[in-house]
Write a protein that binds this ligand. Structure first.
Ligand SMILES: [Zn+2]
Length: 337
């Protein structure tokens, strides 16, 4: 890859979950059909760590037993306890703890008692970082942020806390307010493939007819290569005809996410994070229709956003509220990028 900067590899646990009709989880590991020749393959915690040791990323993830947050019943509890048993097998198999950081993953669905057991169990193992897993799978937003808040509160403040599979710019701002440090998501590139660009106000749909004659860049405040060189009209022409359009939108969207992260990070270092949050919300919700779950989360985070919110009395649910990410199976049957 010739990539000289920080690198993270995932264990394969999450990547198995969309393939569950082809996979079988037992105490030993995950058996699945090879996407190449259809033969059964077994991914164990030891094999996942072995592969990740060979790749050599700076951060490697434990193999966990992932279940969707929207299911209920004993399977959630089984997966959480199995994730705790597997972390010990991952730790034992990890051959390069001096140069590669093994992160544990908190499971437990939406059940605060199970999440608490998992957080405590992982913290006892004194890992270099911790992830909050099993979210962004279609649960309601209030359940989502409450799990994040509970886990960040129980995980050590001096170690990275990583919310897996998140997310939308708004989710990243909210989770950061709740103490999270790291994220990953296919959203910026996937939404680009649908012709959607991320902008400070929300999203810009380049396929819309109105874009055909719009000579402005995607985002006049963005300094990325795409915004410097191309008009919305040109990109509209591309995204309605040619795969190159989604590549240019991906470039801009990743640039947008990096700028958002950098600005967010700087505001924390400079002690003005609450003002950053208010500025972000003012631009995203100029009418003051900040969703109720965001208001609830900010109250718990201790950030006063009352100036960004219209009175709750006249508040109707925002029609722009983004849907949960779909199960990440691409048309070609491959796993998500
Ligand atoms: Zn741009």
């Amino acid at each position: 890859m010739n990539w000289k900067r920080a690198l993270l590899t995932d264990s394969g646990g999450f990547q198995m979950s969309p393939l569950l009709h082809l996979a079988d989880i037992t105490e030993e590991g995950v058996t699945f059909q090879s996407p190449v020749d259809g033969k059964p393959m077994l991914l164990t915690p030891e094999e996942s760590i072995h592969i990740q040791n060979n790749i050599g990323a700076d951060i490697i993830m434990a193999l966990d037993d992932v279940v969707k947050t929207t299911i209920t019943g004993p399977r959630i509890e089984e997966a959480m306890y199995r994730t705790l048993r597997w972390i010990d097998r991952c730790i034992a198999a990890h051959k390069k703890p001096d140069v590669q950081n093994l992160f544990g993953i908190v499971q437990g669905g939406l059940d605060p008692v199970l999440r608490d057991i998992c957080v405590k169990g992982l913290v006892e193992r004194n890992l270099p970082g911790y992830a909050i897993g099993g979210l962004a799978g279609g649960e309601d937003k209030d359940s989502f942020w409450r799990v994040v808040a509970q886990c960040t509160a129980g995980l050590p403040e001096n170690k990275p806390r990583y919310v897996m599979g998140v997310g939308y710019p708004l989710d990243i701002v909210v989770c950061s307010a709740l103490g999270a440090d790291m994220y990953d998501c296919v959203y910026p590139t996937r939404t680009a493939r649908f012709g959607t660009a991320l902008v400070p106000e929300g999203v810009l749909k380049l396929k819309q007819n109105a874009m055909a004659t719009d000579e402005r860049p995607i985002d006049p405040t963005c300094s990325c290569m795409v915004c410097k060189k191309y008009t919305r009209a040109y990109l509209h022409c591309l995204v309605t005809k040619d795969a190159m359009g989604s590549q240019l939108l991906s470039y801009h969207n990743l640039s947008f996410m990096m700028r958002l992260s950098r600005d967010l990070h700087m505001s924390i270092l400079e002690g003005r994070f609450p003002e950053f949050v208010r500025g972000f919300l003012r631009v995203q919700f100029p009418k003051g229709d900040v969703p109720q779950w965001v208001r609830n989360a900010m109250e718990v985070a201790g950030i006063d956003i009352s100036e960004c919110c219209a009175s709750t009395k006249c508040l109707t649910p925002s029609i722009d509220e983004q849907p949960p990410l779909p199960i990440p199976v691409e048309a070609n049957g491959g796993v998500p990028n």
